[in-house]
Design a protein around this ligand. Sequence first.
Ligand SMILES: [Mn+2]
Length: 313
Amino acid sequence: MIINLNDAASFLKEHDNYTIITHAHPDGDTLGSGFGLCLALRSMGKKANVINNEELPAKFRFLDVEKQDFEEQTVVAVDIADVTLMGEDMKARYGERVDLCIDHHGANRLFAKLSYVDSGAAAAAEIVAELVELLGIEMNADIADRLFTGISTDTGCFRYANVTPKTHLIAAQLMGYGANAAKINVAMFETKSKTYAVLEKMALESMEFHFDGRCAIITITQDMFDKSGSSENECEGIAALPRQVEGVKVGVTIRERRNGEYKASVRTHDPVDASAICSKLGGGGHRNASGCSLPFTLEEAKSKLLKVIGEAL
Ligand SMILES: [Mn+2]
């Protein structure tokens, strides 16, 4: 059932012993909104943990909070548009029993008992910031750092079209409560591990152009992960690279998974709709940033993508 922001706030007030779950290959928003909500609930005197089925990427470890000991009663999902995005373990454990989903993906599949979805919010963390205010929770620097990280990362450091005046106002308020914006932005956008830098170099070497340079495709193979020492949980930033090339309307990053299947991240410039491209292949997401799974060989995956991209262009 779809609920409004007030209902979501009431729900959080009325329940306790929270398990907050994030999506697989966690990014700054799912983690920032998850850990921010966790600390906010604790400051209301409630018990709350964030559960992840994988180790946090090193750059996000500063968001982590110590686990509490309690019997889980209420499950809240943040920034998760569909159960398939939870990862297999988490989907098996929680897929059918999410009580409340807080999300900003227009394509949210409404898998939770209650869903609050604001597709106008730049980040799930923006929604959590609104909930904190609505609940009358006193914001502090620890919560503010986490929510700021979510907003900053999901907006590419406030550069993308999803940024609204409200995004800036909320970010400004978070800075007022002590969020260390400069430090967070340097850590998120100006710092890369050496293993990632080597992977990025290989990824750029793989770049190829189609449709008179209007589409650029990068391919990352498991072999590249092995040779660079990098891992899938630090490669999110690569998805932004192909679209950075002048004239490119559709930037695609195809990533080989451990099981030999492929996943594509599609980034577009307006008017090309990334979510329309990906939904034709069973995926989805946002207008300028979407993804889909491609259980095919690399050649097949590429030709299926090129076909729908050609239609979109
Ligand atoms: Mn998000």
